[in-house]
Design a protein around this ligand. Structure first.
Ligand code: KG4
Ligand code: ZN
Length: 339
């Protein structure tokens, strides 16, 4: 039997510098993530600082990934890198580094769409996923419902018409005085509150489509904060966080179930940083226990940005020998794309 091939994967699309080694049998040999704490105090990612931090971090992070995998560069069969979407200055660091490495080692280069990576990381942890499936992709920049027919054939059925779900969490988190990103803080505070205390709007919930909108909810929540003078240390913060999170989860859940029912599919993959949200996970898990759907959710560490997900999507491409020209340039354009 032939030995599994190894991929060195690199992810620098936003504020995490990450490198991983995975093999074509879907084993994680290493996964190093260096998160840039520098943005916390600004309440959001500062693009110029992010690219500078990637420049400082990329070499040590790649070195650490190779060391942890007990693997030298000569044993790597391909270099994979996230090329879109993301912050252009951040992507440039990873893509330039990966191109240089691939050229100097004479190894193939594999370009990966970051959003596709979020979806395909599920294949690392589950071996029984079958096409076709629906994926709910929820991250800091994206909220999309996508029907997959195969690795490179899919239709976007719906997406947000304004803010992404993660963006709504982060913007309200900033107003509350939480460090960036706000999502995990709101999740933690929500656990101690009453989710039905404040009746926040559920935008587009009853429209007959698969699209989302979160900017109206964000405005309603920020007006409520101002009116009731709620801050991190107010008594009401727990009910506020719980009710705000409940409104987001409700819309994500109900629109996804509509998609599942309308398409008569049963396989659902969750993907992206917001899939780490405890209420979202619980709600879908409860539904799947009634045997209504077959649910796949990445473990929490693999929901948020990491290079394993870039490696996971690259495995499929390496098997099909879908390599990338050295002329590839990164692009910030949003959305899921096959490459
Ligand atoms: O996928 P990701 O790491 O980066 C992007 O591609 O955007 O997602 C980051 C987003 C942030 O908006 C963050 O607040 C959100 O995921 N997030 C959460 C949780 N953990 C991360 N949102 C709600 N609850 C969480 N537990
Ligand atoms: Zn992401």
């Amino acid at each position: 039997m032939s030995r599994p091939q190894k991929i060195l994967a690199i992810e620098t699309s936003c504020d995490d510098t990450s490198a991983a080694v995975v093999d074509t049998k879907y084993n994680i040999l290493s996964n190093i993530i260096s998160s840039q704490g520098i943005h916390e105090k600004f309440g959001g990612v500062v693009p110029e600082l992010a690219s500078r931090e990637h420049i400082k971090g990329i070499l040590p992070v790649v070195d650490a990934a190779l060391n942890r995998a007990v693997c030298s560069l000569e044993h790597i069969d391909a270099i994979a890198v996230a090329v879109n979407p993301g912050l252009i200055g951040s992507l440039l660091v990873g893509v330039s580094f990966a191109k240089g490495l691939a050229a100097s080692l004479d190894k193939p280069l594999i370009a990966v769409n970051h959003i596709l990576g979020h979806v395909f990381v599920n294949f690392i942890e589950y071996s029984d996923i079958e096409f076709p499936f629906i994926s709910l992709i929820v991250s800091g920049g994206h909220t999309e419902l996508v029907k997959f027919y195969s690795i490179d054939e899919f239709d976007v059925l719906g997406r947000t018409v304004d803010d992404a779900a993660g963006e709504a969490f982060d913007k309200i988190g900033k107003l509350l005085g939480f460090k960036y990103p706000g999502g995990p803080h709101i999740d933690a505070y929500a656990k101690k509150g009453d989710k039905n205390k404040i009746d926040f709007p559920r935008p587009m919930l009853h429209q007959n489509n698969y699209d989302f909108s979160f900017s109206g909810l964000k405005t309603a929540a920020s007006l409520y904060l101002k009116e009731h003078k709620i801050k991190k240390d107010s008594d009401e913060i727990y009910d506020f966080c719980s009710s705000f999170q409940n409104a987001i989860v409700d819309v994500l859940f109900q629109k996804t179930i509509k998609t599942i029912k309308d398409s008569s599919l049963k396989n659902l993959l969750l993907a992206g940083g917001v899939a780490a949200n405890s209420q979202l996970r619980n709600r879908f898990e409860r539904y799947s226990k009634k045997d209504k759907i077959k649910l796949y959710i990445p473990s929490i560490k693999l929901c948020t940005d990491n290079a394993v997900m870039i490696g996971a999507a690259a495995i499929q491409k390496l098997k099909k020998k879908k390599f990338t020209s050295m002329k590839i340039n990164p692009s910030p354009t949003k959305g899921i794309r096959s490459l």
